[in-house]
Design a protein around this ligand. Structure first.
Ligand code: NAD
Length: 222
């Protein structure tokens, strides 16, 4: 269905992003992965996915908190693949603390990776999409783009921002064949939530499985 489309998925060396990149590759799209991890693990993931699906898989180690690296990642994808048809803004991080104790640098990091990176990547891919009159932009927000929880001020603010940015880009491209949508996932047991599960289990004297069950049953948002 996506044969020879070109996809760029941020934060895709593990977790939800790797799942999305895998599904895109299985549908025939060539994919540029992005994210951190050990060079050997990333290379193994890249090679295995390419060999199994027969599409081209590349990797960019660009840091999504750095606008210059985001722009360069998009240019690198355009240079090596020819264009970017599908952008998935997925990279995300979390930090949990009451507002009065929330470290300023953590606030800045979460805003940069979870919100501003979406803006910089969209800004970089959009001229090419507008020229071709086609494109798909998918921003991975969260249930926290719609509701709030205590102690996740930066994450909740950033994810609400992602939903707002998505609506704006969708309106600006409404008269073209470019679409911009947000997905608001609930709980997915990845590295991002493992530390929250451990911390909550310790604070409330519960087992990690009991906490994971609360997440799964939507009694805790992610
Ligand atoms: P994860 O921690 O498993 O994976 C995050 C990915 O982002 C990794 O590949 C990591 O290397 C990459 N990354 C982190 N910081 C980066 C940076 N500065 N530059 C480039 N890459 C960076 O996370 P996940 O659970 O798969 O989450 C993916 C997205 O889904 C995030 O935006 C998250 O907010 C959202 N989400 C997750 C859940 C959940 O329950 N796991 C729920 C709702 C939304």
């Amino acid at each position: 269905m996506l044969t020879d489309r070109i996809a760029l998925v941020t934060g895709s060396t593990e977790g939800i992003g790797l799942g999305i990149a895998t599904a895109l590759a299985e549908s025939g799209a060539h994919v540029m992965l992005n994210g951190f991890g050990s060079a050997s693990d990333i290379e193994r993931t890249r090679r295995e996915l390419a060999e199994r699906t027969g599409v081209r898989i590349a990797h960019s180690g660009a840091d999504m908190s750095r606008p210059d690296e985001i722009t360069k990642m998009v240019r690198d994808a355009e240079t090596s693949f020819g264009r970017v048809d599908i952008l998935v803004n997925n990279a995300g991080i979390q930090f949990v603390a009451p507002i009065a104790e929330f470290p300023q640098e953590r606030w800045g990091q979460i805003m940069a990776v979870n919100l501003s990176s979406n803006f910089h990547a969209i800004k970089a891919v959009l001229p090419g999409m507008l020229k071709r009159g086609n494109g798909r932009i998918v921003n991975i927000a969260s249930t926290h783009g719609l509701v709030a929880s205590p102690f996740k001020g930066a994450y909740v603010a950033a994810k609400h921002g992602v939903v707002g940015l998505t609506k704006t880009v969708a309106l600006e491209t409404a008269e073209t064949a470019i679409t911009c949508n947000a997905i608001c996932p609930g709980f997915v047991r990845t590295a991002l939530v493992e530390s929250q599960i451990r911390d909550l289990a310790e604070v409330h004297g519960m087992s990690e499985e009991q906490v994971a069950k609360l997440f799964r049953h939507d009694q805790l948002a992610t």
